[in-house]
Ligand binder design. Structure first.
Ligand code: URA
Length: 256
């Protein structure tokens, strides 16, 4: 299938060039997405986190979390000292966007820039995320709920040195994300990276085995894709991420 102009534009936003192969006699040619820079050596397969299994999905420190409204939830996150990450944070990173967004984007954890600015995805991977969103007509900037996404992380405090979150940290923080999803009531969730994906889907399957189909989180369609930080290191997978975005767009459209 040839790339449409819209798809080409989307790929360009994601930093991919589209190369058109010469037409074969019977197929009219094929277009191939290629990364703009040569891919570095494949990163080692990230270690699998132990599956997060919080029996009640509620942290012992905040049993009433499922009843909090937005201001209460925000205040609870700001005050949270449930795990060791509170010791190293400059500030918590709650989430940003339209509180009734149709699209909810779930990432992993704040990095240095996010910890400084108090907003998710403001560093380099955030720039790529913004480009990906722009490519499909979405934004984090103020707009109506169909266009302005809500962005949240699985973990609200920066892990020191940007290390991977630990299982207990994920478990303590997860209820905040669960409540955010309940409050937003998105039509679609785009889960980026294995910590978001594995926490929300309660699985230890790698992303490569989960992407390409629509999952459900508490009835909400959920599409799995690579984390933008991973895509910055693994440029050829941007074409797969683009496929994921297309699947998410189709799914959101079908959800009305
Ligand atoms: N990576 C994430 O998953 N979230 C952020 O907020 C920043 C980087």
């Amino acid at each position: 299938m040839r790339w449409t102009e819209r798809r080409q534009a989307m790929l360009r936003e994601m930093g991919l060039r589209v190369w058109s192969a010469p037409a074969a006699a019977d197929d009219g040619g094929a277009d191939v997405a290629i990364a703009e820079a040569p891919a570095p050596a494949a990163a080692p397969e990230p270690r699998q986190p132990a599956a997060v299994r919080s029996p009640s999905r509620l942290p012992p420190h905040l049993p009433q979390i499922a009843e909090l409204d937005w201001p209460e939830l925000r205040a609870a996150v700001v005050a949270c000292r449930a795990c060791r990450l509170c010791d190293g944070r400059r500030q918590t990173v709650f989430g940003v966007g339209n509180e009734r967004a149709h699209w909810m984007i779930v990432g992993e954890a704040p990095g240095e820039q996010e910890d400084k600015q108090g907003e998710p995805f403001v560093g380099k991977s955030g720039q790529l995320l913004d480009n990906m969103l722009r490519a499909i007509g979405l934004t984090r900037a103020p707009a109506e709920p169909a266009r302005q996404v809500y962005i949240a992380n699985t973990i609200k405090c920066r892990p020191p040195g940007n290390r991977n979150p630990e299982t207990d940290e994920l478990a303590q923080c997860e209820p905040y994300l669960i409540r955010q999803i309940q409050l937003v009531q998105p039509k679609i969730i785009l889960a980026m990276g294995r910590f978001a994906v594995q926490s929300l889907l309660r699985t230890s399957e790698p992303i490569g085995r989960l992407r390409g189909r629509v999952h459900r989180y508490e009835g909400v369609p959920l599409v799995v894709t690579y984390h933008p930080a991973y895509l910055l290191r693994n440029l050829p997978d941007k074409a797969r991420a683009w496929d994921d975005l297309c699947l998410a767009v189709e799914t959101a459209q079908a959800a009305g």
